[in-house]
Design a protein around this ligand. Structure first.
Ligand code: LRH
Ligand code: MN
Length: 426
């Protein structure tokens, strides 16, 4: 299904007046603070987040999965769902595919469909954490780190195949996340596992087209529960440097031990020109893959403060890949993703309110109180009228969740797809 533009405009007309009142109130107070509102609105309009192809159906855990009916059952329908998100939010202009869950059957048709919905193909993700039917080798004891060379070769070849698939779609980056590790002390020789992984990544790196990048995602645990070969930002950073200038670290917000200072990790990676991108989500305990900003919105704001500073001061760091990586156990996947997109835009817009020069001056003066006042004044500003203006100017919905419900999208999808479709993915 495709949302008709006029149905969004009709809905917007009903709340245009209240939007304009709130927008005028906010812009009057920001103008007094010499904030360049137009700059923030244009940055928010250009800010596009890739939607994970593996998170358009109901997620689940080992304890159960509760379907959400009307789920996309093939890649075409997944791209249509991203089209719905983009029509409403105007900030979901890309999809990140996971291979082999989303191997296109007809590349031409898939590209035409995505193009018609203004959807680009962001990073493609390899999968050497599951055994595929008829696979010759098993990844039970690891993939790129496996002690068995035949297993490593199979995993390397899979990543090369993923690059070729992405290349045909116009993608420009490969995300490598490894479940590789151990569940018990003594099971792995840490040094051998790391060296095998480095050598394997270098083989994959040789297969990268010149204008591509490789994003190395780290994670401390799960599905291995004693050690993970690429466990933290330092290991990912070290491997990216070992591979070369086209390799970077990917920060998945859920892949940190409790109380990690992720904003500091972001600043370090940007200062070294090795931050490649993000998997946005939120968590209370582990890799919970919850709605972005639903648990720690201030932490997300502090991360965007470092990103804004880095984007202004670290020309050595490339443009970042902005992606969501979430799993929806109880919410409608599309509503969950709309809320995540809003939370990401909100954190970015609030961080753009910070006068980085004023903050830097207060830091140089060690005026600790003033530093916090500058940060929290921005954080305490309700920027939603700015996000609404950005959506409005891009032809999106003033309030995407209300629009999604008023247009009864989920029931339209159920009518179109039935109740028993299941999306591939996690
Ligand atoms: C691992 C991860 C990785 C994906 C997977 C779906 O936890 O974050 O990014 O491959 O989720
Ligand atoms: Mn991830």
């Amino acid at each position: 299904m495709k949302i008709k533009q006029h149905s969004i405009l009709d809905l917007n007309n009903k709340s245009l007046e209240s939007h304009q009142e709130r927008f005028d109130f906010l812009s009057n107070s920001l103008v007094k603070k010499e904030v360049n509102i137009d700059n923030i609105i244009s940055k928010v309009k250009d800010f596009q987040v890739a939607i994970p192809s593996w998170a358009l159906g109901a997620g689940g855990t080992r304890f159960g999965r509760f379907s959400y009916y009307g789920e996309p059952s093939n890649l075409e329908q997944k791209i249509q769902d991203v089209g719905i998100l983009h029509a409403l939010t105007q900030t979901a202009g890309a999809i990140s595919l996971h291979i082999p869950w989303d191997i296109p059957e007809d590349y031409k048709a898939i590209k035409e469909l995505a193009n018609s919905l203004d959807i680009k193909f962001d990073a493609v993700n390899s999968n050497t954490f599951q055994d595929q039917k008829n696979a010759k080798e098993s990844y039970k004891y690891g993939s790129l780190s496996n002690t068995n060379e035949a297993v490593r070769q199979q995993a390397i070849q899979h990543n090369i195949d993923v690059i070729n698939i992405g290349n045909q779609l116009g993608s420009k980056s490969l995300t490598v996340w490894l479940a590789d590790g151990s569940c018990f002390p003594g099971q792995n020789n840490f040094q051998t596992a790391l060296q095998n992984t480095e050598n394997s990544l270098k083989e994959i790196y040789k297969g990268l087209p010149n204008d591509w990048s490789m994003l190395i995602e780290y994670k401390p645990y799960e599905p291995n529960f004693y050690s993970t070969v690429i466990q933290d930002w330092g290991t990912s950073f070290m491997l990216a440097n070992a591979c070369g200038e086209k390799a970077y670290s990917l920060v998945d917000l859920g892949h940190h031990l409790p109380n990690s200072n992720i904003e500091q990790i972001v600043s370090i990676l940007m200062s070294k020109g090795k931050l490649g991108g993000f998997h946005f989500n939120d968590s209370k305990y582990g890799d919970d893959d919850l709605t972005v900003g639903s648990i720690k919105p201030y932490a997300l704001f502090l991360i965007f403060n470092e990103l804004v500073y880095g984007m202004q001061n670290n020309p050595q760091n490339p443009d970042l890949a902005w992606m969501i990586d979430a799993s929806h156990n109880i919410k409608d996947p599309l509503e969950d993703l709309i809320q995540s997109l809003e939370a990401i835009q909100e954190a970015y817009a609030k961080a753009l309110l910070i006068d980085q020069d004023l903050l830097k001056a207060a830091q140089l003066d060690n005026d600790v109180v003033k530093c916090q006042e500058i940060l929290q004044d921005a954080y305490r500003t309700d920027v939603r009228p700015l996000l609404e203006k950005a959506r409005l100017e891009n032809g999106g919905a003033l309030n995407p969740i209300n629009a999604y419900r008023s247009l009864d999208i989920r029931n339209q999808l159920i009518t179109e797809r039935g109740k028993n479709t299941v999306a591939t993915g996690l």
